[in-house]
Design a protein around this ligand. Structure first.
Ligand code: SF4
Ligand code: SF4
Length: 341
């Protein structure tokens, strides 16, 4: 096998840049005649009580993608493997799986010499790599992400400009593959939160940011999508196969709409602004306390864990840590609110 090459400067996916694991780098590790080893998660609800792994060895061919490995296993090796795919061209979002712990489209992902292939998370497994999408689809439907026109449709072509559609433009690229939904740690909390999840919120942003829409989408994002439960960890963006800026281009604008629409109910945004205004920077433990109030103290072990990992610093919160040039920060707030400085 060839040596692991240097990552080309400016390669596209952030996570892969960090690890040197670009598609080109991975393809360069294999040559015709090599063998790809795939450990694939298998689960048949009629006979199995839990998923298990089976290992397959598949001959490598040039430019091979993960989907070819899966079809080889199901068609050539008699593996009886259940997996979904349709367009094989990064258009339909059907073939998403996890490869070595990362959500990918099987049709687009170059193979690696050794791969562990699993179904997406945060959805029940129907069989092998096939998940039940109905829970996700119900969440999308619950956000009513279709256009409710401000004014009646006047026929084609509509008088729309590129600048007017710029904010919604990237969200329109979503192929509903559920990669981000699987990667989101907040969705993984299950019933502990009402958070709709990144992909449903991207669907909501498609219409919320469309100038033709006339509904209060901020209220929907807050009351039905629990948009402020997003912790801005960017795990969703790291895996989106069509590079949608999910946090900055969909979730943050939805948070802004929610704050505009229901400022009193947008406790997270209000507490966040109050902390930055008084200390000059965000203080995670003050934010958690301000948003969750006494409920935050119900999980002392979680607090200790966050403290040990340096995620929060209760001492700084207690002693009111603030930046030395706090005056400048307050001037910015005053300017935005049109107050005298
Ligand atoms: S940034 Fe928000 S939506 Fe994206 S993975 Fe993190 S918590 Fe989930
Ligand atoms: S936002 Fe990206 S990762 Fe999420 S469902 Fe849409 S295309 Fe897939």
């Amino acid at each position: 096998m060839a040596e692991r090459p240097q990552i080309p400067a400016g390669a596209r996916n952030l996570g892969r840049d960090d690890t040197g694991d670009s598609p080109a780098a991975r393809l360069a590790r294999l040559r015709d005649g090599d063998t790809v080893t795939a450990r694939i998660s298998r689960f048949d609800p009629t006979t199995d009580t839990a998923p298990h792994f089976e290992t397959y060895r598949v001959p490598y061919t040039k430019w091979m993608r993960v989907l070819e490995v899966l079809t080889h296993v199901s068609e050539e090796l008699g593996g009886d493997l259940a997996h979904r795919w349709f367009c094989a061209n990064r258009m339909c979002g059907t073939c998403a799986v996890r490869v070595n712990g990362r959500e990918v489209l099987a049709c687009w992902e170059p193979v690696e010499p050794e791969m562990t292939i699993e179904p997406l998370r945060n959805a029940p497994v129907v069989r092998d790599l096939v998940i039940d999408r109905s829970g996700y689809e119900q969440r999308v439907l619950g956000l009513t992400p279709w256009l409710e026109r401000r004014e009646p449709y006047r026929g084609f072509p509509e008088p729309l400009t590129h600048p007017a559609m710029a904010a919604a433009d990237k969200a329109l690229d979503c192929i509903s593959c559920m990669c981000c939904f699987s990667a989101c740690p907040v969705v993984g909390l299950g019933d502990e939160t009402n958070f709709a999840g990144p992909a449903p919120l991207v669907q909501l942003a498609r219409v919320a940011l469309d100038p033709r829409d006339g509904i209060d989408r901020g209220r929907i994002a807050l009351e039905r999508g629990a948009v402020f439960d997003c912790v801005s960890c960017y795990k969703c963006e790291e895996v989106c196969p069509v590079s949608i800026p999910i946090v900055t281009g969909a979730i943050e604008p939805l948070k802004a709409l929610a704050f505009k629409s229901l400022p009193r109910k947008s406790r997270h945004a209000r507490v966040f602004l109050a902390i930055v205004r008084s200390r000059g920077r965000i203080d995670p433990s003050a934010l958690i306390l301000g948003v969750q109030r006494l409920a935050a103290l119900r999980h002392p072990l979680r607090i200790l864990k966050l403290w040990r990992r340096g995620k929060i610093d209760p001492l700084k919160t207690l002693f009111g840590f603030r930046l030395p040039d706090i005056k400048q920060v307050r001037q910015v707030f005053a300017a935005v609110r049109g107050e005298p400085r």
